[in-house]
Design a protein around this ligand. Structure first.
Ligand SMILES: *[C@@H]1O[C@H](CO)[C@@H](O)[C@H](O)[C@H]1NC(C)=O
Ligand SMILES: *[C@@H]1O[C@H](CO)[C@@H](O)[C@H](O)[C@H]1NC(C)=O
Ligand SMILES: *[C@@H]1O[C@H](CO)[C@@H](O)[C@H](O)[C@H]1NC(C)=O
Ligand SMILES: *[C@@H]1O[C@H](CO)[C@@H](O)[C@H](O)[C@H]1NC(C)=O
Ligand SMILES: *[C@@H]1O[C@H](CO)[C@@H](O)[C@H](O)[C@H]1NC(C)=O
Ligand SMILES: *[C@@H]1O[C@H](CO)[C@@H](O)[C@H](O)[C@H]1NC(C)=O
Ligand SMILES: *[C@@H]1O[C@H](CO)[C@@H](O)[C@H](O)[C@H]1NC(C)=O
Length: 481
């Protein structure tokens, strides 16, 4: 699918970037530091957002033209720039530049409208760090070079294996640039080996927690934008937002090999008002994973593959309560993924998934393009339980292309059926060279389908529903918003 990259804000931001970055780069570090106390102009303003919609171009105030008689490289009107190199970083890919990063962050965080700059063409090795706010005001992390995670698992302190770059309590924060964040995760992917070694070291530990680090994590943050950068080869998840709101991810590239286990692209948890757009994501697990506590999430113009597609869940593990609502996923292209659009819940959970819309999705050689699995289980078998996270109000509209295994798989709970599931204009044909195709399956799934539907095994797959069933489903989502 051709990506639509033409809305006006983009141009405006680009113009601002082009206008401000090269000039900012010319400020000598000492000059930049000296100007801390001066009131910096807001040449770049964080795009403001409202409830998961596009930031509005109108909020951005371009820098005023320089007064007559002054050179355009006059730095007094520029934001404060903190270059990682002026904080003792070596950028040789081998020296530990963590302390420099933390120091530069502290300095940038303490002034208004600062930019922390990771300069181009250099590689900065950084150990797990937490960069936390609250900062004096909005802040930009401009990544033009490369940030490298430690390659050896042994050089990750045991207490810091949840994530590598941890942003906590930041507001009005932007990461941008042409650079790369490289998690160098290959050693973590050969997990069976390290798992064994870890088990031997810990002798009695039977259940080794699956603690592979996330590359970039935001915790308890708001109004965060991540744009333009690449995030690659994470040990596990590439970009995670936890307990945050007002999230914008745009024009990012995420990649790790098809064979890397559990490497999610973007993971949202307890996060509201999030927009994930115009990005290319290919990894070993879900391209976008939406977990409990998420609402008002808009995912669009994403190319996904390889990977496991766009997922809501697994929700309700260990009888937990899960609530997800108001999710719109549209205008995507999925290529050679395991699943396409999937909702997965564990048996025994509580809560609900409500108001989810998947539309205008092109699939190509996707094994199972459409799935609701209320029997999700990551081991051989899970105990049969009657409680379930209720699933209602799910629309699949214009899902078109080829499947490699089964067009539709809707396995809803025995006791809590899926209700108001709509299929409109779903047109799926077998991919060439795919053997052993299965027919569409709908179990305990109620709603309506509006033709034409392809393949014909989907006709009558959804059962028509009564208000009684709707009430059953509703009675299970008490406790959600
Ligand atoms: C986030 O941005 C919105 C819109 O600009 C603003 O109203 C809100 O105060 C911001 N939130 C924080 C915590 O800065
Ligand atoms: C974030 O930006 C918005 C709009 O510019 C502003 O209202 C809000 O106070 C800012 N929040 C912080 C924590 O700087
Ligand atoms: C997307 O990011 C790349 C850098 O990775 C940049 O060159 C390009 O201009 C960005 N595109 C838009 C539309 O912002
Ligand atoms: C979902 O969207 C509806 C309609 O816009 C809104 O009333 C409701 O508050 C939203 N739910 C949540 C949890 O934000
Ligand atoms: C469903 O969610 C969308 C946003 O994703 C919202 O616009 C719409 O109003 C919601 N509908 C209901 C009935 O909550
Ligand atoms: C998705 O595509 C549809 C149909 O082309 C269009 O109407 C809609 O505005 C698009 N959504 C976004 C967020 O661009
Ligand atoms: C699971 O429980 C349901 C009743 O809730 C029953 O009909 C079904 O056969 C059981 N399945 C297995 C595999 O035990």
């Amino acid at each position: 699918m051709k990506q639509n990259r033409s809305f006006p804000l983009r141009q405006l931001l680009l113009v601002l970037l082009i206008a401000t970055v090269p000039m900012a780069a010319h400020i000598a570090p000492s000059e930049a530091k000296r100007s801390h106390s001066k009131k910096a102009s807001k040449s770049y303003k964080h795009p403001k957002r409202h409830h998961g919609r596009h930031p509005k171009g109108g909020h951005i105030t371009p820098a005023p033209p320089p007064p007559p008689g002054q050179g355009s490289d006059q730095p007094s009107d520029l934001p404060n720039v903190f270059d990682l190199l002026s904080y003792g970083a070596k950028g040789d890919g081998e020296s530990d530049d963590s302390k420099a990063l933390v120091a530069a962050w502290k300095a940038a965080c303490s002034v208004r409208s600062a930019t922390l700059r990771i300069p181009p063409e250099l590689k900065f090795l950084v150990k797990p760090v937490t960069l936390h706010g609250p900062c004096a005001s909005d802040i930009v992390l401009q990544i033009d070079g490369t940030l490298l995670a430690p390659r050896r698992i042994g050089s990750w302190p045991k207490s810091s294996r949840y994530q590598w770059l941890n942003f906590k309590w930041v507001n009005n924060f932007t990461i941008r640039g042409t650079g790369t964040v490289d998690g160098q995760g290959s050693n973590w992917w050969t997990w069976s080996l390290s798992y064994q070694m870890y088990s031997i070291n810990q002798r009695k530990m039977k259940h080794v927690p699956d603690m592979k680090p996330t590359a970039v994590r935001f915790y308890s943050s708001s109004n965060v934008t991540v744009r333009d950068i690449s995030i690659i080869n994470s040990p596990q998840c590439h970009l995670k937002f936890d307990s945050s709101d007002g999230v914008m991810v745009t024009n990012v590239t995420i990649s790790s090999p098809d064979s890397s286990p559990n490497t999610d692209g973007i993971h949202l948890q307890n996060t509201r008002d999030a927009e994930i757009e115009h990005s290319n994501i290919g990894c070993g697990d879900d391209c976008v994973s939406i977990q409990t506590g998420c609402s008002n999430v808009h995912v669009h113009h994403i190319n996904c593959g390889p990977g496991h597609g766009i997922s809501l869940g697994g929700l309700g593990k260990d009888k937990s309560m899960a609530c997800v609502s108001n999710v719109t996923v549209e205008n995507l292209s999925l290529q050679s993924t395991m699943y396409g659009l999937r909702i997965k819940t564990w048996q025994g959970g509580a809560g609900s998934v409500r108001n989810v819309s998947f539309s205008n999705v092109r699939v190509s050689e996707v094994k199972v393009p459409i799935a609701i699995d209320q029997y999700y289980c990551d081991k051989g078998h899970c105990k049969n339980q009657s409680e379930a996270v209720a699933v209602s109000g799910v629309k699949f509209d214009s899902v078109v292309g080829t499947y490699a295994s089964q067009p539709v798989y809707l396995a809803c709970s025995q006791d809590v059926p899926c209700t108001d599931v709509d299929m409109v204009g779903v047109q799926l044909t077998p991919a060439s060279n795919s053997g052993g195709l299965r027919e569409a399956l709908c179990y305990n799934s109620y709603g309506k389908s509006t033709g034409p539907l392809l393949p014909s095994s989907m006709d009558g797959c959804l059962r028509s529903q009564s208000d009684f069933l709707r009430r059953i489903a509703r009675s299970h989502d008490r406790g959600c918003w």
